[in-house]
Design a protein around this ligand. Sequence first.
Ligand code: THU
Length: 159
Amino acid sequence: MKRIEISISYCKVEEKELSEEDRALLDAARKATYRSYSPYSGFSVGAAVLLDDGTVVEGSNQENCSYPQGQCAERTALFYAGSRYPDRKILTICIAARGTDGAFTSSPISPCGGCRQVLLESEVRQKTPIGILLCGTDAIYRIDSARDLLPISFDNSYL
Ligand code: THU
């Protein structure tokens, strides 16, 4: 048996250490949480995507009474960016959330597996890495590429 270990590196950054651009993206992600439609979970997620021409696209989670039909914030933003700006590259995606108490989560919010898969496809498609900012009020994690969030991934090279 051969044991293969995978290491993932990410930075823990403080809000005051963010660049002006990242700070604006965090504000946009936080604002997007207020446009979430999440009556079933009470968990309001916001995502902000920065494109290479400086455009910021926002998305929030949109739930449905038929639960599986709902959509996460990240995919809402990524699919909107893909449909509205298909030729633009995504530089960064920033994610924030508020819990049932209405307050921003203290821990960084991490995208679900489905959103990681969609994020990876965007990265493969544009051939450049996408930076990811996972934001909580106590800590922010910066990840340099969608690959780091989804090791041993399925991508279109198998097809
Ligand atoms: N959700 C997101 O929007 N993004 C994530 O990364 C995790 C979960 C949403 C889905 C659902 O509307 C609510 O949060 C609770 O799971």
